[in-house]
Design a protein. Sequence first.
Length: 123
Amino acid sequence: MKGEIKMTTPKILDLDKLIPDQRIVRLAGEDIDVSKIPSRVTMEVAEKADVLQSGSQESFPILLDMIVKICKPSKQDITQDWIVDNTSMDQLLALIEFVLEPLQEKASEMEGKQVKNVQNPNQ
């Protein structure tokens, strides 16, 4: 009909509903929530991927800095020194692996999609 106003429902992307699974690190009697990895850290990992994958001496301080940035929202006073002082080498390596696991899973998932797209470019 002419002159009729059509009302549509707006599309809303509610990012507050995209809540990652809760991931808690218990260290030195404290629970540290490492569920949400800030986008800034994710971008840093991508930027420094070559150094991180090289396993050079430069990579360890970078990894430790990223771990601190991921833990900070849950434990504001966390520092690299606090982590190093409160972990054995085995605990530190386990901490790094656990905290960065979601990033590694996402990277593998994206790599798999890229391989699929290369194999089947029309999909």
